[in-house]
Ligand binder design. Structure first.
Ligand SMILES: [Zn+2]
Length: 468
Protein backbone atom coordinates (compact mmCIF):
# COMPACT_ATOMS: atom_id res chain seq x y z
CA UNK A 1 0.00 0.00 0.00
CA UNK A 2 1.46 3.36 -1.03
CA UNK A 3 1.63 6.09 1.60
CA UNK A 4 -0.89 8.89 1.09
CA UNK A 5 -0.91 12.54 2.20
CA UNK A 6 -3.66 15.12 1.90
CA UNK A 7 -2.50 18.74 1.73
CA UNK A 8 -5.56 20.37 3.20
CA UNK A 9 -7.04 23.85 3.22
CA UNK A 10 -4.93 25.59 0.56
CA UNK A 11 -6.20 29.06 -0.23
CA UNK A 12 -4.85 28.64 -3.75
CA UNK A 13 -2.21 26.95 -5.87
CA UNK A 14 -0.17 28.03 -8.87
CA UNK A 15 -1.65 27.11 -12.21
CA UNK A 16 -0.55 28.46 -15.60
CA UNK A 17 -4.02 27.99 -17.09
CA UNK A 18 -6.36 29.44 -14.48
CA UNK A 19 -6.36 31.52 -11.34
CA UNK A 20 -7.78 29.12 -8.72
CA UNK A 21 -10.23 31.08 -6.56
CA UNK A 22 -12.56 28.73 -4.74
CA UNK A 23 -13.84 30.25 -1.46
CA UNK A 24 -13.68 26.82 0.17
CA UNK A 25 -10.04 26.32 -0.81
CA UNK A 26 -8.24 23.35 -2.35
CA UNK A 27 -6.70 20.05 -1.37
CA UNK A 28 -3.89 18.11 -3.03
CA UNK A 29 -3.67 14.36 -2.59
CA UNK A 30 -0.34 12.54 -2.86
CA UNK A 31 -0.07 8.80 -3.41
CA UNK A 32 3.42 7.33 -3.22
CA UNK A 33 5.75 9.75 -4.97
CA UNK A 34 3.09 11.23 -7.30
CA UNK A 35 0.38 13.85 -7.10
CA UNK A 36 -2.85 11.83 -7.39
CA UNK A 37 -5.58 14.50 -7.21
CA UNK A 38 -5.92 18.30 -7.05
CA UNK A 39 -9.29 19.90 -6.41
CA UNK A 40 -11.77 21.70 -4.24
CA UNK A 41 -13.54 18.80 -2.57
CA UNK A 42 -11.07 15.97 -2.22
CA UNK A 43 -11.47 13.87 0.88
CA UNK A 44 -9.39 10.90 1.98
CA UNK A 45 -9.80 9.83 5.61
CA UNK A 46 -6.96 7.32 5.42
CA UNK A 47 -4.38 9.87 4.22
CA UNK A 48 -2.08 11.72 6.60
CA UNK A 49 -3.07 15.40 6.68
CA UNK A 50 -0.64 18.24 5.96
CA UNK A 51 -2.20 21.43 7.30
CA UNK A 52 -2.06 24.18 4.66
CA UNK A 53 -4.72 26.56 5.93
CA UNK A 54 -4.30 30.01 4.32
CA UNK A 55 -1.35 28.76 2.25
CA UNK A 56 -0.54 28.67 -1.43
CA UNK A 57 1.11 25.68 -3.15
CA UNK A 58 3.57 26.10 -6.00
CA UNK A 59 5.45 23.47 -8.01
CA UNK A 60 8.75 22.49 -6.42
CA UNK A 61 11.50 24.77 -7.76
CA UNK A 62 14.61 23.52 -9.57
CA UNK A 63 18.00 25.16 -9.13
CA UNK A 64 20.13 24.48 -12.19
CA UNK A 65 23.50 25.90 -11.09
CA UNK A 66 25.29 26.32 -7.77
CA UNK A 67 28.63 25.90 -6.03
CA UNK A 68 27.67 24.69 -2.57
CA UNK A 69 31.19 25.09 -1.15
CA UNK A 70 30.93 28.86 -1.63
CA UNK A 71 28.55 29.03 1.33
CA UNK A 72 31.80 29.13 3.33
CA UNK A 73 32.97 32.31 1.61
CA UNK A 74 29.88 34.50 1.66
CA UNK A 75 30.44 38.26 1.80
CA UNK A 76 34.20 38.25 2.36
CA UNK A 77 34.84 41.99 2.90
CA UNK A 78 37.85 42.14 0.55
CA UNK A 79 35.88 40.70 -2.39
CA UNK A 80 32.59 42.57 -2.10
CA UNK A 81 33.12 44.88 -5.05
CA UNK A 82 35.29 42.86 -7.46
CA UNK A 83 34.36 41.78 -11.01
CA UNK A 84 34.62 38.11 -11.96
CA UNK A 85 38.30 37.52 -12.82
CA UNK A 86 39.98 39.22 -9.81
CA UNK A 87 37.10 37.91 -7.67
CA UNK A 88 38.02 34.38 -8.78
CA UNK A 89 41.78 34.74 -8.30
CA UNK A 90 41.35 36.00 -4.72
CA UNK A 91 38.74 33.39 -3.83
CA UNK A 92 41.03 30.59 -5.02
CA UNK A 93 43.44 31.53 -2.23
CA UNK A 94 40.68 30.73 0.24
CA UNK A 95 39.10 27.76 -1.55
CA UNK A 96 42.50 26.05 -1.70
CA UNK A 97 41.90 25.10 1.94
CA UNK A 98 38.68 23.14 1.29
CA UNK A 99 38.49 19.92 3.29
CA UNK A 100 36.08 16.97 3.14
CA UNK A 101 34.18 18.33 6.17
CA UNK A 102 34.01 21.73 4.49
CA UNK A 103 32.38 20.23 1.40
CA UNK A 104 29.93 18.11 3.41
CA UNK A 105 28.73 20.88 5.74
CA UNK A 106 28.57 23.59 3.08
CA UNK A 107 26.47 21.19 0.98
CA UNK A 108 24.17 20.63 3.96
CA UNK A 109 23.86 24.40 4.47
CA UNK A 110 23.23 25.22 0.80
CA UNK A 111 20.73 22.44 0.23
CA UNK A 112 19.02 23.19 3.56
CA UNK A 113 18.56 26.80 2.51
CA UNK A 114 17.35 25.73 -0.92
CA UNK A 115 14.74 23.39 0.58
CA UNK A 116 13.51 26.08 2.94
CA UNK A 117 12.98 28.47 0.02
CA UNK A 118 10.91 26.02 -2.03
CA UNK A 119 13.58 24.21 -4.04
CA UNK A 120 12.99 20.47 -4.45
CA UNK A 121 15.58 19.64 -7.13
CA UNK A 122 19.06 21.07 -7.29
CA UNK A 123 22.23 20.68 -9.24
CA UNK A 124 25.70 21.61 -8.02
CA UNK A 125 28.85 22.38 -9.94
CA UNK A 126 31.78 21.17 -7.89
CA UNK A 127 35.11 21.44 -9.70
CA UNK A 128 37.63 22.07 -6.89
CA UNK A 129 39.58 19.07 -5.68
CA UNK A 130 42.46 20.28 -3.48
CA UNK A 131 45.37 17.86 -3.50
CA UNK A 132 45.01 17.47 0.27
CA UNK A 133 41.41 16.21 0.03
CA UNK A 134 40.46 12.68 -0.93
CA UNK A 135 38.76 12.15 -4.25
CA UNK A 136 35.32 11.67 -2.69
CA UNK A 137 33.97 15.22 -2.49
CA UNK A 138 31.04 14.55 -4.85
CA UNK A 139 30.24 11.39 -2.87
CA UNK A 140 29.91 13.58 0.23
CA UNK A 141 27.46 15.83 -1.61
CA UNK A 142 25.29 12.85 -2.51
CA UNK A 143 25.43 11.82 1.15
CA UNK A 144 24.27 15.30 2.26
CA UNK A 145 21.45 15.40 -0.33
CA UNK A 146 20.15 12.02 0.69
CA UNK A 147 20.24 12.98 4.39
CA UNK A 148 18.17 16.12 3.74
CA UNK A 149 15.81 14.41 1.27
CA UNK A 150 16.31 16.77 -1.69
CA UNK A 151 16.44 15.53 -5.30
CA UNK A 152 20.05 16.03 -6.41
CA UNK A 153 21.52 16.21 -9.89
CA UNK A 154 25.21 16.50 -9.01
CA UNK A 155 27.94 17.20 -11.52
CA UNK A 156 31.53 16.01 -11.66
CA UNK A 157 33.37 19.26 -12.27
CA UNK A 158 37.01 19.60 -13.23
CA UNK A 159 39.97 21.92 -13.69
CA UNK A 160 43.20 20.84 -15.35
CA UNK A 161 44.88 24.10 -16.40
CA UNK A 162 46.55 25.78 -13.42
CA UNK A 163 48.52 28.97 -12.95
CA UNK A 164 51.79 27.62 -14.32
CA UNK A 165 50.03 26.68 -17.58
CA UNK A 166 48.41 30.11 -17.94
CA UNK A 167 45.11 29.35 -16.12
CA UNK A 168 43.50 31.21 -13.21
CA UNK A 169 43.42 28.55 -10.43
CA UNK A 170 46.48 27.62 -8.34
CA UNK A 171 48.07 24.31 -9.32
CA UNK A 172 47.16 22.84 -5.93
CA UNK A 173 43.44 22.58 -6.83
CA UNK A 174 43.67 21.11 -10.32
CA UNK A 175 43.83 17.44 -11.36
CA UNK A 176 45.31 15.49 -14.22
CA UNK A 177 42.96 14.70 -17.07
CA UNK A 178 43.27 10.95 -16.60
CA UNK A 179 42.27 11.24 -12.94
CA UNK A 180 39.29 13.44 -13.90
CA UNK A 181 37.98 11.04 -16.55
CA UNK A 182 38.50 7.96 -14.43
CA UNK A 183 36.66 9.50 -11.48
CA UNK A 184 33.87 10.75 -13.79
CA UNK A 185 33.26 7.18 -14.93
CA UNK A 186 33.30 5.91 -11.34
CA UNK A 187 30.73 8.49 -10.22
CA UNK A 188 28.39 7.82 -13.15
CA UNK A 189 28.48 4.12 -12.41
CA UNK A 190 27.99 4.62 -8.69
CA UNK A 191 25.36 7.37 -8.55
CA UNK A 192 23.60 8.08 -11.85
CA UNK A 193 20.04 6.78 -11.82
CA UNK A 194 18.33 7.55 -15.16
CA UNK A 195 14.80 6.59 -14.03
CA UNK A 196 12.01 9.23 -14.35
CA UNK A 197 11.69 9.65 -10.57
CA UNK A 198 15.38 9.33 -9.76
CA UNK A 199 16.62 11.01 -6.56
CA UNK A 200 20.19 11.20 -7.87
CA UNK A 201 21.66 11.91 -11.25
CA UNK A 202 25.15 12.83 -12.36
CA UNK A 203 26.34 15.12 -15.17
CA UNK A 204 29.88 15.99 -16.30
CA UNK A 205 30.97 19.59 -15.92
CA UNK A 206 34.43 21.04 -16.60
CA UNK A 207 34.61 24.37 -14.72
CA UNK A 208 34.78 26.39 -17.93
CA UNK A 209 36.29 25.90 -21.41
CA UNK A 210 39.23 28.00 -20.14
CA UNK A 211 40.17 25.95 -17.08
CA UNK A 212 40.59 22.62 -18.88
CA UNK A 213 42.22 21.72 -22.20
CA UNK A 214 40.28 21.52 -25.46
CA UNK A 215 41.12 17.84 -25.51
CA UNK A 216 39.49 17.31 -22.10
CA UNK A 217 36.36 19.17 -23.24
CA UNK A 218 36.07 16.78 -26.21
CA UNK A 219 36.86 13.65 -24.19
CA UNK A 220 34.35 14.70 -21.49
CA UNK A 221 31.60 15.13 -24.12
CA UNK A 222 32.38 11.71 -25.57
CA UNK A 223 32.35 10.06 -22.15
CA UNK A 224 29.04 11.73 -21.22
CA UNK A 225 27.40 10.64 -24.46
CA UNK A 226 28.67 7.11 -24.09
CA UNK A 227 26.92 6.91 -20.70
CA UNK A 228 23.92 9.03 -21.70
CA UNK A 229 24.51 11.69 -19.03
CA UNK A 230 24.27 15.47 -19.40
CA UNK A 231 27.00 18.08 -19.91
CA UNK A 232 27.35 21.40 -18.12
CA UNK A 233 29.75 24.32 -17.80
CA UNK A 234 29.96 28.13 -17.44
CA UNK A 235 29.67 30.11 -20.66
CA UNK A 236 29.55 33.70 -21.95
CA UNK A 237 29.34 35.13 -18.45
CA UNK A 238 31.35 38.34 -18.89
CA UNK A 239 32.82 40.54 -21.61
CA UNK A 240 36.28 39.79 -20.15
CA UNK A 241 35.65 36.12 -20.92
CA UNK A 242 34.50 36.92 -24.46
CA UNK A 243 37.63 39.01 -25.12
CA UNK A 244 39.87 36.34 -23.61
CA UNK A 245 38.28 33.71 -25.84
CA UNK A 246 38.73 35.81 -28.98
CA UNK A 247 42.39 36.48 -28.06
CA UNK A 248 43.21 32.88 -27.23
CA UNK A 249 41.04 30.90 -29.67
CA UNK A 250 40.17 33.50 -32.33
CA UNK A 251 36.43 33.01 -31.84
CA UNK A 252 33.53 33.79 -29.50
CA UNK A 253 32.69 31.39 -26.65
CA UNK A 254 29.65 29.81 -28.34
CA UNK A 255 31.62 29.20 -31.55
CA UNK A 256 34.31 27.50 -29.49
CA UNK A 257 31.69 25.22 -27.93
CA UNK A 258 30.37 24.34 -31.35
CA UNK A 259 33.88 23.34 -32.45
CA UNK A 260 34.23 21.18 -29.34
CA UNK A 261 30.92 19.37 -30.01
CA UNK A 262 29.39 20.95 -26.93
CA UNK A 263 25.98 22.04 -28.24
CA UNK A 264 22.81 19.93 -28.07
CA UNK A 265 19.83 19.01 -25.93
CA UNK A 266 22.15 17.19 -23.52
CA UNK A 267 24.04 20.42 -22.69
CA UNK A 268 23.14 23.29 -20.38
CA UNK A 269 25.31 26.34 -19.75
CA UNK A 270 25.35 28.66 -16.76
CA UNK A 271 24.95 32.43 -17.40
CA UNK A 272 25.01 33.05 -21.19
CA UNK A 273 24.85 36.80 -20.61
CA UNK A 274 26.70 37.74 -23.80
CA UNK A 275 25.00 36.02 -26.75
CA UNK A 276 24.35 37.54 -30.17
CA UNK A 277 21.12 36.88 -32.15
CA UNK A 278 22.72 34.06 -34.20
CA UNK A 279 23.88 32.34 -31.02
CA UNK A 280 20.41 32.65 -29.49
CA UNK A 281 18.94 30.93 -32.56
CA UNK A 282 21.64 28.29 -32.45
CA UNK A 283 20.73 27.48 -28.83
CA UNK A 284 17.06 27.18 -29.81
CA UNK A 285 17.71 25.00 -32.86
CA UNK A 286 20.12 22.65 -31.08
CA UNK A 287 18.13 22.39 -27.82
CA UNK A 288 21.06 23.78 -25.82
CA UNK A 289 19.71 25.06 -22.49
CA UNK A 290 20.62 27.95 -20.20
CA UNK A 291 20.81 28.30 -16.41
CA UNK A 292 20.01 31.98 -15.89
CA UNK A 293 21.55 33.43 -12.70
CA UNK A 294 20.12 36.95 -12.31
CA UNK A 295 21.38 37.73 -8.77
CA UNK A 296 24.91 36.60 -9.56
CA UNK A 297 24.96 38.57 -12.83
CA UNK A 298 23.85 41.69 -10.96
CA UNK A 299 26.21 41.16 -8.00
CA UNK A 300 29.27 40.78 -10.25
CA UNK A 301 28.12 43.40 -12.76
CA UNK A 302 28.27 40.83 -15.57
CA UNK A 303 25.29 42.16 -17.54
CA UNK A 304 21.69 41.22 -18.34
CA UNK A 305 21.21 37.87 -20.08
CA UNK A 306 18.93 37.89 -23.16
CA UNK A 307 16.27 35.75 -21.46
CA UNK A 308 13.31 37.33 -23.22
CA UNK A 309 14.99 36.76 -26.58
CA UNK A 310 16.01 33.17 -25.75
CA UNK A 311 12.45 32.29 -24.73
CA UNK A 312 11.02 34.00 -27.83
CA UNK A 313 13.40 31.95 -30.01
CA UNK A 314 12.22 28.74 -28.32
CA UNK A 315 15.30 27.99 -26.20
CA UNK A 316 14.95 26.33 -22.79
CA UNK A 317 15.92 28.62 -19.90
CA UNK A 318 15.98 27.58 -16.24
CA UNK A 319 16.91 29.56 -13.14
CA UNK A 320 19.76 29.26 -10.69
CA UNK A 321 21.06 30.95 -7.57
CA UNK A 322 24.73 30.34 -8.57
CA UNK A 323 27.44 29.99 -5.93
CA UNK A 324 26.88 31.60 -2.57
CA UNK A 325 29.92 33.85 -2.95
CA UNK A 326 28.39 35.59 -5.96
CA UNK A 327 24.80 35.92 -4.81
CA UNK A 328 25.33 35.49 -1.64
CA UNK A 329 22.17 33.60 -1.01
CA UNK A 330 20.57 30.29 -1.92
CA UNK A 331 17.07 31.78 -1.84
CA UNK A 332 15.47 29.97 -4.77
CA UNK A 333 12.11 31.70 -4.60
CA UNK A 334 13.90 35.04 -4.43
CA UNK A 335 15.63 34.19 -7.70
CA UNK A 336 12.29 34.07 -9.52
CA UNK A 337 11.58 37.61 -8.40
CA UNK A 338 15.05 38.76 -9.47
CA UNK A 339 14.65 37.14 -12.91
CA UNK A 340 11.29 38.82 -13.43
CA UNK A 341 12.49 42.28 -12.48
CA UNK A 342 15.93 42.17 -14.13
CA UNK A 343 14.48 41.64 -17.62
CA UNK A 344 12.02 44.49 -17.04
CA UNK A 345 14.84 46.96 -16.29
CA UNK A 346 15.77 47.22 -19.97
CA UNK A 347 12.86 45.66 -21.78
CA UNK A 348 9.69 47.00 -20.16
CA UNK A 349 6.96 45.69 -17.88
CA UNK A 350 5.88 42.97 -20.29
CA UNK A 351 9.40 41.59 -20.84
CA UNK A 352 8.61 38.55 -18.67
CA UNK A 353 5.42 37.47 -16.94
CA UNK A 354 4.93 35.66 -13.67
CA UNK A 355 4.04 32.55 -15.71
CA UNK A 356 7.40 32.83 -17.49
CA UNK A 357 9.37 32.85 -14.26
CA UNK A 358 7.30 30.10 -12.63
CA UNK A 359 7.92 27.95 -15.70
CA UNK A 360 11.65 28.74 -15.81
CA UNK A 361 12.05 28.17 -12.07
CA UNK A 362 10.18 24.87 -11.99
CA UNK A 363 9.24 22.92 -15.12
CA UNK A 364 12.12 24.15 -17.30
CA UNK A 365 14.62 23.42 -14.55
CA UNK A 366 13.30 19.89 -14.21
CA UNK A 367 13.48 19.42 -17.96
CA UNK A 368 17.06 20.73 -18.09
CA UNK A 369 18.16 18.32 -15.36
CA UNK A 370 16.54 15.36 -17.12
CA UNK A 371 13.06 15.08 -15.56
CA UNK A 372 10.09 15.14 -17.92
CA UNK A 373 7.33 15.01 -15.31
CA UNK A 374 8.36 17.35 -12.49
CA UNK A 375 8.07 21.01 -11.58
CA UNK A 376 4.32 21.08 -12.29
CA UNK A 377 1.22 20.75 -10.16
CA UNK A 378 -0.69 18.14 -12.12
CA UNK A 379 -2.11 14.69 -11.56
CA UNK A 380 0.52 11.99 -11.95
CA UNK A 381 3.42 14.50 -11.81
CA UNK A 382 6.22 13.92 -9.31
CA UNK A 383 5.03 14.98 -5.84
CA UNK A 384 7.57 17.80 -5.43
CA UNK A 385 5.61 20.69 -3.92
CA UNK A 386 6.41 23.88 -1.98
CA UNK A 387 3.81 25.47 0.27
CA UNK A 388 4.01 29.05 1.55
CA UNK A 389 1.87 30.60 4.25
CA UNK A 390 0.11 33.87 3.53
CA UNK A 391 -0.19 34.62 7.26
CA UNK A 392 2.17 37.56 7.46
CA UNK A 393 2.05 41.29 7.11
CA UNK A 394 3.91 41.00 3.79
CA UNK A 395 0.87 39.44 2.15
CA UNK A 396 -1.82 41.67 3.62
CA UNK A 397 -4.23 43.07 1.04
CA UNK A 398 -3.26 40.74 -1.81
CA UNK A 399 -5.68 39.64 -4.54
CA UNK A 400 -3.78 36.81 -6.23
CA UNK A 401 -1.96 34.42 -3.87
CA UNK A 402 0.30 32.80 -6.51
CA UNK A 403 1.33 36.22 -7.83
CA UNK A 404 1.92 37.45 -4.29
CA UNK A 405 4.55 34.74 -3.74
CA UNK A 406 6.65 36.39 -6.46
CA UNK A 407 5.65 40.05 -6.35
CA UNK A 408 4.92 40.73 -2.68
CA UNK A 409 6.84 40.12 0.47
CA UNK A 410 10.19 38.69 1.28
CA UNK A 411 8.97 35.82 3.46
CA UNK A 412 10.76 33.22 1.42
CA UNK A 413 10.66 30.49 4.03
CA UNK A 414 8.34 27.69 2.96
CA UNK A 415 5.90 26.29 5.51
CA UNK A 416 6.01 22.78 4.04
CA UNK A 417 8.09 21.19 1.29
CA UNK A 418 7.44 17.75 -0.13
CA UNK A 419 9.99 15.91 -2.25
CA UNK A 420 9.18 12.63 -3.97
CA UNK A 421 6.01 12.37 -1.90
CA UNK A 422 7.80 12.84 1.42
CA UNK A 423 7.61 15.92 3.68
CA UNK A 424 11.16 17.26 4.12
CA UNK A 425 10.22 20.68 5.54
CA UNK A 426 7.43 20.82 8.14
CA UNK A 427 6.17 24.01 9.76
CA UNK A 428 9.19 25.93 8.44
CA UNK A 429 11.83 23.46 9.75
CA UNK A 430 13.97 20.83 8.07
CA UNK A 431 12.62 17.40 9.02
CA UNK A 432 15.81 15.32 9.01
CA UNK A 433 18.29 17.52 10.86
CA UNK A 434 18.25 20.45 13.22
CA UNK A 435 19.20 23.62 11.38
CA UNK A 436 21.36 24.87 14.25
CA UNK A 437 23.70 21.89 14.01
CA UNK A 438 24.33 22.72 10.32
CA UNK A 439 24.96 26.35 11.25
CA UNK A 440 27.42 25.55 14.04
CA UNK A 441 29.53 23.18 11.94
CA UNK A 442 29.49 25.40 8.84
CA UNK A 443 30.33 28.64 10.67
CA UNK A 444 33.29 27.04 12.41
CA UNK A 445 34.75 25.76 9.15
CA UNK A 446 34.12 29.10 7.35
CA UNK A 447 35.95 31.11 10.01
CA UNK A 448 38.94 28.79 9.95
CA UNK A 449 39.12 28.76 6.14
CA UNK A 450 39.35 32.54 5.77
CA UNK A 451 41.72 32.91 8.75
CA UNK A 452 44.12 30.35 7.25
CA UNK A 453 44.03 32.03 3.82
CA UNK A 454 44.73 35.46 5.34
CA UNK A 455 47.71 34.08 7.27
CA UNK A 456 49.10 32.23 4.26
CA UNK A 457 48.84 35.09 1.77
CA UNK A 458 49.42 38.05 4.10
CA UNK A 459 46.22 39.61 2.70
CA UNK A 460 43.65 40.56 5.32
CA UNK A 461 40.51 39.23 3.67
CA UNK A 462 38.34 40.56 6.48
CA UNK A 463 39.21 44.14 5.64
CA UNK A 464 37.30 45.98 2.91
CA UNK A 465 39.52 47.74 0.42
CA UNK A 466 37.86 51.06 1.06
CA UNK A 467 37.54 50.69 4.85
CA UNK A 468 39.82 52.05 7.48
ZN1 LIG B 1 28.91 29.33 -11.37
Amino acid sequence: MKKQYLIKGLKSFYSAETKPQNPDGYNIEITGNRISRIGANIQNPSAQVIDAENCVAIPGLANTHHHFYQVLTRVIPKMLDMPLFPWLVNHYNVWEGLTRDAVYWSSMAAMGELLLTGCTLTSDHHYLFPASSKNDLIDLQFKAASRLGIRFAGTRGSMSVGKTAGGLPPDSVIQTEDVILKDSTRLIEEYHDPSPDSMQKLALAPCSPFSVSEDLMKRTAKLARRHNVLLHTHLAETLDEQNYCIRRFGCRPVELMQQLDWLGDDVWFAHCVHLNPDEINLFASTGTAVAHCPSSNMRLGSGIAPVKELLAAGAVVGLAVDGSASNDSSDMLGELRQALFLQRVLKGADALSMDDVYKMGSQNGYQILGYSNGGILAENALADIAIFSLDSLDYTGIHDPAAAIIFAGNCHRAKHVIVNGKPVVKNGCLVEINESSIMTATNQIATELVRTASEKTGINYLKRDNSE
